[in-house]
Design a protein around this ligand. Sequence first.
Ligand SMILES: Nc1ncnc2c1ncn2[C@@H]1O[C@H](COP(=O)(O)OP(=O)(O)O)[C@@H](O)[C@H]1O
Ligand SMILES: [Mg+2]
Length: 237
Amino acid sequence: MLLEINDLNTYYDESRVLQDMSLKVDHGEIVALLGRNGMGKSTTLKSIMGLVTPRSGKVIYKGKDITGFPPYKVAKTGIGYVPEERWIFPTLTVMENLVMGIKGGKIDKNNPNAWTVEKIFKHFPSLEQRQKSKGANLSGGEQQMLAVGRSLMGNPDLILVDEPTEGLAPLLKREVRDMLESISKTGVSILLVEHNLKVAMSLANRVYVMKKACVAFAGKVEELAAHDEIRKKHLEI
Ligand SMILES: Nc1ncnc2c1ncn2[C@@H]1O[C@H](COP(=O)(O)OP(=O)(O)O)[C@@H](O)[C@H]1O
Ligand SMILES: [Mg+2]
């Protein structure tokens, strides 16, 4: 198993936002984390990334206990993070934003498969055209591509991506979806929080559905597709 979180309990002050939250991501998988607003999906990603520290439970990455590591150390172990707010540097160009991504990640000079700016541009042709544009002048879709591209510059084995299609027009949702698929084919595993059920179901190998603070359903995409009750109760409006 690449990533395993076991029985995480995470609090904001005295309010418990994760209660015995557990999930796994295997090598090469795309795993979708679904559920209504406020259930704890983003907090799950933040707990893995060390942006919030769980009070109990374990985060195991490649067999190593990384619970409570600060975010920069988590990044160095090979986990990339693409937050909902994207965290693009508005006054830096596309190229400069990408180069910033090198700093946080794993540096492996002898790795022939390491991500480079050239390789990123192959996966994101629209970014190449915009390479001299400032972050602030990009469209929402371009910012999303850039945020994912920047996380790849750290050569992660796993990326945590929070609601990448949020607020994008249908055509751009499709483009972001296809970009995630093409990245997955390079061998990067993905834990994807996604609101758009169609996007999630078309990408993921396995799915977790959260109810308040923990898992309501875990299974294959086909199992969720066949499970009307779970979909109605926890996903559909
Ligand atoms: N920084 C914070 N401080 C206090 N409460 C928070 C904070 N972030 C999120 N919460 C609360 O934690 C719960 C889970 O939030 P979140 O993980 O963002 O859910 P989701 O991503 O599933 O929408 C919500 O009730 C939310 O209001
Ligand atoms: Mg969220």
